[in-house]
Design a binder for this molecule. Structure first.
Ligand code: ADP
Ligand code: ZN
Ligand code: ZN
Length: 735
C-alpha cells in the first residue's frame, strides 16, 4: 500500500501517515483531506513512502486529494522544513501557517486556480494579414500571446474588454487555457531571451547607485548584499533598476517591506515604473480571497513581482531570481507569536537555497547585518549622498530640557521654531512614542498611580473619552473623580502622549492646522490614506505622531522635526533599545528637508552630550555602530552570541517558576557548550493576570545553539505544564 506522510495543523512535532487507495494519484506538495481523531483536517503531503512504522490496521486512508490549487513545490517544503527545525516549531503548524487561510480550510477553495492562456496550434497558424482589422482587441490579445503566454490579469491590461474578447478567441479555438505555471526559465524564459516590459527610467543613476546595481546584477548565484544608504539616497531607485534587470531576464522578484501601511504606496509607485508588469501584494490587510488570488498568481508565475510584508517570504515563486528586504533593521520582520520567524533571516536562507542574490536595504542597518557586512559575510554597498543634489541632510541639535522653559513636555525653543515654520507655511513634525494624553495619572496627595489591576504596567490617560486604558491588556476605566486610595480630588497627568502634545499646540497656535497620527487616530482603514493626502496637499501645519510617521514617507513641505522624549531608551533594560532609538531618530530626521528646503531636527533631552545624539548630529552611523559593536562584544551580546529565550506564563507564579526551573535543570544536565542564564521575571512581569518569566540560553556558535535546542525541546515537551503557556523564541528581539 502506498503511504503518504502528511503535515497537519496540530502542535506535535511529527508528520502523520495515511494510506492512499488504489488508483488515486497523489504527489508531494498536494493538499489532502484526512481523518484526524474525530475530525477531518486539511494537510499537505510532505513525503510519499511504501511502508509505515505504524500498525497497519491503525493507518487510515486519505479521504480526498484536493486539486483546487497547484501542489506546493519541493523548494517551499524544504524552506518550511528548515524553519520548523530552526525555530523549533511543529512541522505541520509551520507548513499550514505559511499558506493563505483559504488553503488551510477543508472547504474547497472558492474560485478556480488561475488560468493561463496561450495560442493553440490553429492560433499559431492564423494569418494576421487576413484577420479582421476592426477586431482591435482580439488582434492585440493574439499579438501579446504570440510573444508569451499570459493570464487574464495581464491581458486585461491591454483593454477593458479583453475578458470578453478572450472568450471569443477561446470559442474559436485560436487560444487555449491551461493551469499551471507560466513557462519559466528553461521553457521559454531563458536568460538569453530578453523579456520586454514597459519601464519608466525616470532618473539617471548616480555613480554610487550604478555601482550598487552593477554589483548585484553581476552576482553569480547566491550573494547577500547590504545596501547602506542614508535616507533619501535613492535606495528605492536601486531596487527599481535591479527589478528591471531581473524582469528582463524572465525572473520573479520578491520585495519585502516592514509595514502594511507602506505597501499600497509602494505598490502604486512600482506600478507607475513598470506599467505592464503583473505585480501583486501580499499582506495581512488583504481579504482572504485577495490573498489567495495573489498567492496563486505568484505560484503560477503570472505575477512577476511580489511586494509584501513578512508573510510573503513564504510565497511560491517558481522563477524567483532576486529578493529585496527594504528597511531590513525593522523589528516587524520578526513574528512575535506562533512560528517566531524573522522574515529577513528566512529570506536570506531562501536566497541561498535558491542560489540567487538578496539585497538588504537600510539607512540604519541592524547591528547583526552590519557586523556581517564588516566581517565579509555580506557585501557592503554604500550610498553616501542624497540622490537629489538640492536635498541636504538636516541639521540636528539638542535642547537641554533642564535648561529651558517647558510647557507640558514641549520646550519654549521648540515652540518658537514651530511658530516660525507656520509663518513660512512649512510643516513641522513632533515625534513622541506614546499615544494617549499622559502615560499615567497621579494623586498629588498620597502618590497613588493609575496601575492596571491586571498587569504590572500603568493605565494610560485618554482625555478625549475620559478613560484610563491599559495598553498591555486593553482593560479600561472611567477616569476617577477622586483618588481611589485617599479620596483626594486632585489627580494629575504625569508625562505626555500624543494627545497632550496636540492640545498644548492647539492652545499655543489656535490658528494652526494640527494632525495627530497614531494608532488611535488611524484605526479606520482609510483614515491614514486621507491623512497622507492632506499632508501632501500642505493642508497641515503641525504633525504629531508616533513611529508610524517615521517610516518611509516623503513629505516635501516638512522642514522641522521635534523629538520629544527619547531619553528612556538610553537606560532601558533592553540592550537593543539604543540601537532602535538611533534607527528611529535617523528615520524621523530623514523626513525633514527632503525637497529644496533645508531641514532641522531638535531633540529634547536631559543628556545632550550622550554619544547617541552626538552621532546623530554628525550623521555618523559608522562611528555609532562601531562603538555599539565594541560594547556588545565586550559584554557578550548579539551579534557576538546567539540566543534563544524560553518564556512561560500562567496564573500561578509557583507553577511558572517551577516549569522554568525544571527546564533549566534539564538544560544543565545536557552538558552542552551553551550558557544557561537564570530564571528571571519578564520585562512586564504580569500581564492580564498572568505571571510571566523567562530563561535565556546563549552560545557563541549558531550551530552549537541549534544542537542544544534540538536536544532540549523534547525534554521541554515532556515537562508538566497543563496550566501554562510556554514558547521558545530563537533569535529573540524582545526582552
Ligand atoms: P531612499 O529610499 O534611499 O530613502 P528614495 O529612493 O526615496 O531614497 O529617493 C529619494 C528621492 O530621490 C526620490 O524623490 C527619488 O525620486 C529621487 N532620486 C532617486 N535617485 C535619483 C537619481 N539618480 N536622480 C535624481 N533623483 C533621484
Ligand atoms: Zn491619593
Ligand atoms: Zn492591563
Amino acid at each position: 500500500m502506498p503511504i503518504v506522510r502528511v503535515a497537519l495543523d496540530v502542535p506535535l512535532p511529527t508528520l502523520f501517515d495515511y494510506t492512499v487507495a488504489e488508483g488515486i494519484a497523489v504527489a508531494v506538495g498536494q493538499r489532502v483531506i484526512v481523518p484526524f481523531g474525530k475530525r477531518q483536517m486539511v494537510g499537505v503531503v510532505m513525503e510519499c513512502a511504501t511502508s509505515t512504522e505504524m500498525a497497519p490496521e491503525r493507518v487510515k486512508p486519505v479521504k480526498e486529494v484536493l486539486h483546487d490549487s497547484l501542489p506546493l513545490s519541493a523548494e517551499l517544503l524544504d524552506l518550511l522544513r528548515f524553519c520548523s527545525d530552526y525555530y523549533r516549531y511543529p512541522i505541520g503548524q509551520t507548513v499550514l501557517a505559511a499558506l493563505p487561510v483559504r488553503l488551510r480550510s477543508d472547504k474547497p477553495v472558492v474560485g478556480k486556480p488561475v488560468l493561463s492562456y496561450r495560442l493553440s496550434a490553429s492560433g499559431v497558424a492564423l494569418d494576421m494579414e487576413l484577420f479582421p482589422k476592426r477586431q482591435v482587441v482580439q488582434r492585440r490579445i493574439l499579438a501579446k500571446l504570440a510573444e508569451q503566454p499570459c493570464n487574464l490579469a495581464q491581458l486585461k491590461s491591454l483593454s477593458a474588454t479583453a475578458g470578453k474578447q478572450l472568450k471569443v478567441l477561446v470559442a474559436e479555438g485560436w487560444v487555449e487555457s491551461f493551469t499551471g505555471a507560466l513557462p519559466s526559465t528553461g521553457s521559454g524564459r531563458t536568460a538569453s531571451s530578453v523579456q520586454k516590459h514597459a519601464f519608466d527610467n525616470a532618473h539617471t543613476l548616480t555613480g554610487e547607485q550604478q555601482q550598487a546595481v552593477d554589483a548585484v546584477t553581476q552576482a553569480q548565484g547566491y550573494a547577500c548584499f547590504l545596501l547602506h544608504g542614508i535616507t533619501g539616497s535613492g535606495k528605492t531607485e536601486v531596487y527599481v533598476h535591479l527589478m528591471h534587470d531581473v524582469l528582463q531576464r524572465g525572473g520573479q522578484v520578491l520585495l519585502l517591506v516592514p509595514e502594511i501601511n507602506l505597501t499600497p504606496q509602494l505598490e502604486q509607485y512600482f506600478r507607475s515604473r513598470f506599467s505592464d508588469v503583473n505585480l501583486v501584494s501580499l499582506h495581512s490587510g488583504l481579504s482572504e480571497g485577495e490573498r489567495l488570488h495573489n498567492w496563486q498568481q505568484a505560484q503560477s508565475g503570472a505575477a512577476r513581482v511580489v511586494l509584501g510584508t513578512r508573510l510573503a517570504v513564504f510565497a511560491e515563486l517558481p522563477d524567483l531570481a532576486l529578493i529585496v528586504v527594504d528597511e531590513e533593521h525593522d523589528s516587524s520582520f520578526k513574528q512575535q507569536d506562533g512560528l517566531r520567524y524573522s522574515a529577513r533571516d528566512v529570506a536570506i536562507f531562501r536566497a541561498s537555497q535558491r542560489g540567487v542574490p538578496i539585497v538588504l536595504g537600510s539607512a540604519t542597518p541592524s547591528l547583526e547585518s552590519y557586523h556581517n557586512a564588516q566581517s565579509g559575510r555580506y557585501r557592503l554597498l554604500r550610498l553616501t549622498g542624497r540622490a537629489l543634489v538640492k536635498a541636504r541632510l538636516p541639521a540636528v541639535r539638542c535642547i537641554n530640557i533642564n535648561q529651558t522653559v517647558m510647557h507640558h513636555g514641549i520646550s519654549e525653543n521648540l515652540l518658537r521654531e514651530i511658530g516660525q515654520r507656520i509663518a513660512r507655511r512649512e510643516q513641522s513634525l513632533l515625534f513622541i512614542n506614546r499615544r494617549g494624553y499622559a502615560p499615567v495619572l497621579m494623586c498629588t496627595g498620597c502618590g497613588w498611580l493609575s496601575g492596571c489591576k491586571h498587569c504590572a504596567g500603568k493605565m494610560v490617560l485618554h482625555l478625549n473619552d475620559k478613560r484610563l486604558r491599559c495598553h498591555h491588556c486593553g482593560y479600561q476605566l472611567h477616569v476617577p473623580h477622586a483618588c481611589p486610595s485617599c479620596g483626594n480630588a486632585e489627580l494629575h497627568p504625569v508625562g505626555s502622549g500624543t494627545q497632550r502634545v496636540e492640545s498644548v499646540l492647539q492652545e499655543r497656535f489656535p490658528e494652526a492646522r494640527i494632525l495627530r497620527v497614531d494608532r488611535d487616530s488611524t484605526r479606520n482603514k482609510r483614515a491614514w490614506q486621507t491623512m497622507r493626502e492632506q499632508i501632501h496637499a500642505n493642508e497641515v501645519d503641525i504633525l504629531v505622531g508616533t513611529q508610524m510617521l517615521a517610516k518611509g514617507h516623503d513629505f516635501p513641505a516638512l522642514t522641522l522635526v521635534g523629538v520629544l522624549n527619547p531619553d528612556s531608551a538610553l537606560y532601558s533594560s533592553d540592550f537593543r533599545a539604543a540601537e532602535k532609538l538611533f534607527a528611529q531618530l535617523a528615520q524621523v530626521a530623514g523626513r525633514a528637508g527632503r525637497a529644496d528646503k533645508p531641514g532641522e531636527v531638535l531633540i529634547q533631552t536631559a543628556f545632550p552630550d550622550h554619544p547617541l545624539f552626538r552621532a546623530l548630529q554628525a550623521h555618523d552611523f559608522e562611528g555609532w555602530a562601531a562603538s555599539q559593536l565594541a560594547e556588545r562584544q565586550m559584554v557578550g551580546f548579539p551579534p557576538f552570541v546567539y540566543q534563544a529565550m524560553l518564556r512561560a506564563e500562567g496564573k500561578d507564579a509557583t507553577e511558572v517558576y517551577a516549569f522554568l526551573n525544571q527546564a533549566r535543570t534539564a538544560a544543565l544536565e545536557l552538558r552542552q557548550p551553551v550558557e544557561i542564564l537564570g530564571v528571571v521575571p519578564a520585562a512586564l512581569p504580569r500581564r492580564a493576570n498572568h505571571i510571566r518569566a523567562q530563561l535565556l540560553i546563549q552560545s557563541a556558535k549558531r550551530s552549537g545553539l541549534q544542537q542544544f535546542l534540538r536536544a532540549w525541546q523534547p525534554l521541554l515537551d515532556a515537562l508538566p505544564a497543563q496550566k501554562l503557556r510556554w514558547s521558545l523564541d530563537v533569535d529573540p528581539l524582545e526582552f
